[in-house]
Every structure is written in C-alpha cells, then in structure tokens.
Ligand binder design. Structure first.
Ligand code: ATP
Length: 425
C-alpha cells in the first residue's frame, strides 16, 4: 500500500529542522525494510505570517510503499524518531505526524484544506476534525499543533513546483559556525543561474544558500531544474556533508498570495496582490523602513519596504502621488509588507515655475503682485508662469526585493516569464 507521511512542528529556534528529522525517519524506514520512498519528499511552505512559526513555516511529506502488515511498525518508527530528535522540551514545539493512504476521497478533501493552510489561518480543531472524519492514523505530541501543517503538506497540489537540495551537517558540528568557501557559491550561481536562483546575492554580497540558524542545515540550493541544482551542489566547497536530500517544494511560487478579486476585505495574516494609486508619497522612518499609501478598492492601504529589502527601497522611494501600482505581500498590522511591486503607470507630474530670461537664461523674479516677471539685469519681462514636466526616475514593470530578503514562498522575477521585469541579482 502507498502511504503519505506528513510531519510538522518538530524544531525550535535552538535547533532541529523538520526536513532533517524527516530524512532521519525515511532512512530508518528504508533501513528496517518497513517501506520504500517513492519519488522525492516534499517541503511545503505554509502561511508565512503565522505568528507561532519557528522560521520559514515549512512542513514535510513523503510517499512510501509499505507492506500492509508493517503499517504499525511505520507508526512506531515515526514516534521514536520524533521522540528522540524533536525539540520537545521547547514550549513552542508541538509536533504532529499524520499517515494518509494515497488516493481516495480524503485526498480531494485535503487539496482544498491545504491551500487554506498556505493562505489562511486554520485552527487545530479543523485539522482534528479531518483526522476524525477520515479516521487517519496520527501522532500528536503535546498540543499537536503540527498536525495542521502535517496534513497540509500531504494535501497540497503543486501545479507549479521548484526543487531544493538540502545538505546537512555532521551532528558534532551542529551549533558551530559553518565552514564554507564563499567564492564557490558565487561560481555555482554563475554557472547554473537562472535554472538555480537565490544561491547568492551579488549586490549585497550574501551567500543566501547558507543559513545562520543553529539547525542541522549546511546549505540549500534552490532551482527549477534538477540537473542544474545537482551541478551547483557539486560545485560548492564546504565542511563535510553528513547527508543530503532533494525536496520538491512550493518555494518561489507565490502560492500564498490571494488576488484582491477573491476577497471582500483585507485581513492581517493574509498575503495579497492588490492594485492601487499612490495617495501618500514615500516617507522613511528611523531604521530605514520606507512607507507609502495606496488608494485601493478597500480604501487607503499602507505599504512598507523594510530596511532589509535594501536596494528595493530606492525603487519605492521614487513613487509619487498618482502612480498606479500592484503590490505583492503579506498584511500585518494593517500594512502590506512588500515582496514585489508592479509599477503599472508612472504619473505625469507638472510644476509651475517662474520663466527664464531669454537673454541670460537665469530664472526671472516676480515684478510685483499681478505684474508678471522680470530679469533685472537684462531688463526683459514675461507675464506668465511656465509649466514644466518633471522627469521621473521610474520605469513601469515588476521590481522585487533582493535575494537576501526573499521569502521562501515569493516567486523570484527570474521565474516570471512574459512580464516586464527589473531583476536584482
Ligand atoms: P521550520 O521552517 O524550521 O521547519 P517552522 O517555521 O516550520 O519551522 P513550525 O515549528 O513548524 O515552524 O511551527 C509552525 C506551526 O504553525 C505548526 O504547528 C503548523 O502546524 C502551524 N501552522 C502552519 N500553517 C498554519 C496556518 N495556516 N494556520 C494555523 N497554523 C498553522
């Protein structure tokens, strides 16, 4: 029989990673001959605004071929792996594992549920209701909140998908600074981009593929093409790799974004594609965060490009009243946190100013109320102000945050074909 296993919420800020724990679980299942992995495991990113996520709100699922009489052993191994590796002593770690037989009515049900977990906020009761309705075998540790993501990672349909190869550290190196040759990551990017992306950020000089957190991940190479990802993986030079795994993912797909036409109102903890005209021009607050407001069908909405979005802010700073834009990002505290912007129309801006002297070319001064303008030196006169079109330093098209500020789910412009785009690399 073919069984999906879904896992979530096994890590804490202090360590572990659900992908790593899943790899350990797969290894044991295969080693003990309980089942065989079919295809690649899936790393599914869920609603990026969920407050109790550890980092990237990721959950993992994988499909196994299992002998019917060994199903209970599969559940025992899953329990043992979670018990021995999950960060159970952390208050915010509440693992969940769920087992779903492939095919059938439950999968149809899970498809709809899973998209909701990517875009919306779902209660644990909803997940428990599904588990009860279909009598799904599951493991619930502590509050078991991970069951929400575990079910979603099984159910999510991937019309668009990307790949990530994750390399893990030797356990004795967990928590120590990562050793790697930065240049080799730039070389790998140079050779395999655009089939791989977000390995490095050239402009901000950051090796994006290597995390800073104390988890077992050494690096991850993301891309669209399996061979390109493998090539980059083989090119990079690092401390010894303990094990690695290729994952199919929904990273870089924009799956979290809800188009404004699908909703009646905007809510915090949801991510949107929203159109509007700039009605309050960009202003900067301490810390370098740049805000502006747009007039939308839901009223005035505040948008922000935070300091970590670096050079993206210089695009945002060029916006002026009347510009028509489409913003892409999550709503938090009634503010859209920008991931991308599509400048649809750059407004014409005209200013009125004193005419210039036809002889010396200097700007004329007022000759007194209602008396027009004059150049004292050349004795020339003019009667009306002149209108001048202000040159705009902004082009239409898509702009995105740089790779160092990219969210897992955000679709990089390099993946968006057939649109006018300005790519930061
Ligand atoms: P990592 O990326 O390192 O695996 P994480 O950022 O995925 O960590 P978790 O520890 O998995 O964070 O915590 C996220 C928790 O939120 C999980 O329990 C998951 O089930 C739950 N969750 C995920 N999406 C939603 C959602 N849309 N609504 C409610 N709960 C959710």
């Amino acid at each position: 029989m073919r069984i999906w296993v879904g896992i979530d919420d096994t890590d804490s800020r202090k360590g572990m990673c659900t992908t790593y724990l899943s790899v350990l679980m797969i290894e044991r299942i295969e080693k003990e001959g309980i089942g065989k992995l079919l295809g690649f495991p899936r790393l599914i990113r869920l609603n990026p605004t969920i407050p109790y996520k550890t980092r990237g709100n990721g959950a993992v699922s994988f499909l196994l071929e299992v002998e019917e009489d060994r199903r209970d052993e599969l559940i025992d191994v899953a329990r043992e792996v979670v018990e021995s590796h999950a960060e159970l002593e952390d208050e915010n770690t509440n693992p969940g594992v769920v087992f779903v037989e492939d095919g059938g009515e439950v999968m149809d049900y899970l498809h709809r549920y899973a998209l909701k977990v990517v875009r919306d906020v779902v209660s644990l009761d909803t997940a428990l209701f599904i588990i009860g309705k279909f009598m799904l075998p599951h493991l619930k540790f502590k509050k078991g909140r991970g069951l929400i993501g575990a079910l979603a990672s099984i159910g999510l349909e991937l019309e668009d998908r990307t790949i990530e190869i994750l390399a893990y550290r030797r356990p004795e190196n967990f928590g120590l600074p990562r050793e790697y040759d930065e240049e080799s990551f730039y070389d790998a990017d140079w050779e395999t981009y655009p089939l791989t992306w977000d390995t490095v950020d050239w402009m901000n000089e950051v090796v994006v593929a290597v995390p800073n957190s104390p988890d077992p991940v050494l690096f991850g190479i993301r891309g669209d093409d399996f061979n390109a990802v493998m090539k980059a993986f083989e090119m990079v030079k690092t401390e010894p790799i303990d094990r690695y795994m290729v994952f199919i993912t929904n990273q870089g797909t924009d799956m979290h974004l809800i188009h404004e036409s699908e909703v009646e109102k905007l809510e915090d903890y949801h991510s949107y594609i929203l159109r509007g005209r700039v009605c309050v021009e960009p202003y900067e607050i301490t810390g370098g965060h740049v805000f502006f407001h747009i007039d939308t069908r839901f009223g005035e909405v505040k948008c922000v490009a935070f300091e970590p979005t670096k050079q993206f802010r210089s695009v945002v700073r060029e916006l002026r009243e009347g510009d028509l834009v489409e913003v892409y990002g999550s709503m938090k505290r009634n503010t859209i946190n920008l991931e991308k912007i599509n400048v649809l129309e750059v407004a014409e801006i005209w200013v009125e100013e004193n005419p210039t002297c036809p002889i010396c070319g200097r700007r004329m001064e007022s000759a007194g109320r209602g008396k027009g303008f004059r150049c004292k030196k050349c004795k020339t006169r003019a009667f009306e102000k002149v209108r001048r079109k202000v040159e705009r330093n902004l082009d239409t098209g898509f702009y995105e945050v740089p790779p160092c500020a990219r969210r897992h789910l955000s679709k990089p412009l390099i993946r968006m074909k057939g649109v006018k785009r300005h790519i930061f690399r």
